[in-house]
Design a protein around this ligand. Structure first.
Ligand code: FES
Length: 652
């Protein structure tokens, strides 16, 4: 590949433009501005110090996400000290194939390196499938990039200090503890009986060369020798459906390993309400739900430590970001008051506990901190998400939507922050949908209607059903081509050939219900054996999207804002991040804005948990959000129902 300097972006090109509009000037032959649709795959090869491949990871992201963010969301560490802002020139990666070149790349790399595919990862947007080589980290950063472009100065609660002490003598009979603490000049921790019991033995066995382990203001252990290089913590995104664990090296701010699995509470029900109901009907359910959550966390902790090659004894803290019900259940707190009006939490600020109390086998004195919650349905996961996206710091008018069974919505105008929750139901997670399924192998995740039906299927296998993003695409595309009218009804059969001649024969019946065939396993397959979108599915999606759009409409009104005032929409969560912005706009799930203002934010709850582990200042910021955010209860609004009905249709 060659790059003609004349072809490079001019001086008027700024990174802020890129971030604001979500685009880099496209120069590569195969690159094109994204239109808010589809999905791209990035195959990362992580190299060791000798440049040999050490690990490989493939990730799928919405088009337009930078290579840097794609890696960061998935726990792949790329060098950086500027937080992805294009100024440190450290995020060097090698990309296979034609890739746009920015002026920052030209300043950073030689012509040969550019031809070899070297680019700055934060300046390359993934608009096609990419193979990316990631060199090993070369910097020991003072800051780490987490969240949505957030840069965090490293100041973790977990601190270590290696000291070499003078041995006691008859001339120096200071007790062991002041001898140790006197050698640590920048911290003044307190010690409990656990440490005092270990101290005499460890000091003498290690010839008075030890490492003090401090969490917050407590000396939790004294380790023989110098262990300052082993300082780890685990960030948990404790979701109702999926739980994600990221093992963090808090000394460098880098992720070491990531693992996820379905929450083992699934057998008790798919959403928080059914799990709360389970505890109301069966007194044995609460301890069993607590145990299931603990087992999930413990299995993930074991897995990330094994994959990261880290001794679990060197993990000293965990941060848990979960909704109010998940937090109550894992702590063994009765969740019933969360499930019935007036929806009361036992505490907005859960206590810090020992990780061993959650069933985790880490350092025996490791702590577990929980994010505070704003309300029964705007929980710690959303507070973590707000932290990760900087909702309290950005001066722009921004709308944050975490789409799920319970959808949390936050609007900030740079001055005030309002939050609410909307009951969207299970449609987005494949529930109550005829061919609905989770986003697993065989799920249709992207749909385009042309003269035919173009499908993207997870795992590239025979389509089995529709996941949430596929459902949104299916409805949006059928509205676009005119086979669904603005009320959400399939148009009459006799009109279909005029509206979409090549697609009309896919409109058919199953029993009394009209359906559109998305995938026929073989030409003679009966509709019952096909993957279809039914009229009832469309209705389910309409209810879900109307609940959400009513939520943000009312919040915007409360701030005296119009839809067009929104400068950025952040689509968050494991589902929301994968909805096509174009389809979300078309069905009215988000305000009618240019798709480039709609940004996939990734797993922001997990990112917020990482931030809390890396910075006590950011952790304090999460607490401050409790005072700064106003929770708006929608269920007692007299105008809610009228607004909801207004939002049901698909209005161009
Ligand atoms: Fe600093 Fe890309 S230039 S992260």
């Amino acid at each position: 590949m060659t790059t003609d300097p004349a072809d490079l972006p001019g001086d008027d090109f700024s990174l802020d433009d890129v971030r604001r509009e979500g685009l880099l000037p496209a120069r590569g032959a195969e690159s094109a501005p994204h239109d808010g649709t589809g999905r791209v795959e990035l195959a990362f090869t992580i190299e060791d110090a000798d440049g040999a491949p050490a690990a490989q990871r493939s990730v799928r992201v919405p088009p337009g996400v930078t290579v840097f963010d794609s890696a960061s969301w998935n726990g792949i560490a790329i060098d950086s000290t500027c937080g992805g802002h294009g100024t440190c020139h450290k995020c060097k990666v090698r990309i296979d194939g034609p890739t746009p070149t920015s002026k920052h790349d030209v300043r950073t790399f030689t012509r040969q390196q550019l031809d070899d595919g070297w680019r700055l990862a934060c300046l390359v947007q993934a608009t096609r499938d990419l193979a990316v080589d990631v060199p090993p980290l070369t910097t020991r950063p003072k800051a780490a990039t987490v969240g949505v472009g957030r840069q965090v100065i490293l100041r973790p609660a977990v601190q270590k200090r290696y000291v070499e002490l003078d041995e006691p003598s008859l001339a120096d009979q200071r007790p062991d503890l002041p001898r140790l603490l006197g050698a640590i000049d920048d911290l003044a921790p307190t010690a409990d009986l656990h440490v005092l019991r270990r101290l005499p033995t460890v000091l003498r066995a290690a010839d008075f060369k030890v490492t003090a382990v401090i969490v917050d203001e407590d000396l939790i252990d004294v380790e023989p020798g110098d262990t300052t290089g082993q300082r780890y913590a685990i960030a948990f995104d404790l979701g109702t459906t999926t739980v994600v664990a990221t093992l963090m090296d808090v000394g460098t701010g880098t992720p070491v390993a990531v693992a996820s699995m379905l929450n083992k509470q699934q057998p008790f029900g798919g959403d928080v309400i059914t799990r709360i109901s389970a505890t109301m009907m069966d007194p044995e359910a609460l301890p069993r739900l607590q145990q299931a959550a603990a087992d999930t966390l413990a299995q993930l902790a074991t897995q990330v430590c094994r994959e990261g090659g880290v001794d679990p004894e060197h993990v000293y803290e965990v941060a848990v970001a979960g909704n109010a019900t998940m937090t109550a259940l894992v702590l063994g707190i009765d969740p019933e008051p969360l499930g019935v009006a007036p929806f009361i939490m036992s505490s907005a600020q859960p206590p810090t506990v020992l990780a061993s109390d959650l069933g985790l086998t880490l350092h025996p004195r490791a702590r577990a901190m929980f994010f505070p919650a704003l309300g029964a349905y705007v929980g710690g996961d959303i507070v973590a998400g707000m932290l990760a996206t900087g909702m309290d710091r950005d001066k722009r008018t921004r709308l944050f939507i975490d789409v799920g069974t319970n959808c949390e919505i936050v609007v900030s105008n740079g001055d005030r922050i309002l939050a609410t929750a909307a009951p969207a139901g299970p449609a987005f997670e494949g529930g109550a949908i005829r061919c609905g399924m989770r986003a697993a192998d065989g799920a249709i995740e992207v749909i385009r209607l042309t003269d035919t039906v173009d499908l993207t299927v997870i795992g590239e296998v025979e389509p089995k059903g529709l996941c949430g993003s596929g459902l949104v695409d299916a409805v949006a595309e059928l509205v676009r081509v005119g086979l669904l009218d603005s009320s959400g009804r399939f148009i009459p059969d006799e009109q279909a050939p005029d509206v979409a001649p090549k697609l009309a024969d896919r409109l058919t019946m199953i029993g009394q219900e009209r359906v559109f065939v998305l995938h026929r396993p073989h030409p003679d397959a009966e509709p019952e054996d096909c993957v279809v979108l039914s009229q009832r599915d469309v209705r389910e999606l309409q209810f879900a999207k109307a609940a959400i759009s009513t939520g943000w409409t009312l919040l915007l009104e409360e701030l005296g804002l119009e839809h067009r005032d929104v400068q950025q929409v952040l689509m968050a969560g494991s589902f929301g991040s994968y909805i096509s912005p174009a389809s979300a706009v078309r069905i009215g799930l988000v305000p009618k804005l240019p798709v480039l203002r709609i940004v996939s934010a990734g797993n922001v709850a997990g990112e917020g948990a990482k931030m809390a582990l890396l910075s006590i200042r950011e952790r304090a910021g999460a607490d401050a959000l409790l005072r700064e955010v106003t929770y708006v209860e929608l269920s007692d609004r007299t105008d809610f129902n009228d607004r909801f009905v207004d939002q049901l249709g698909f209005h161009g």
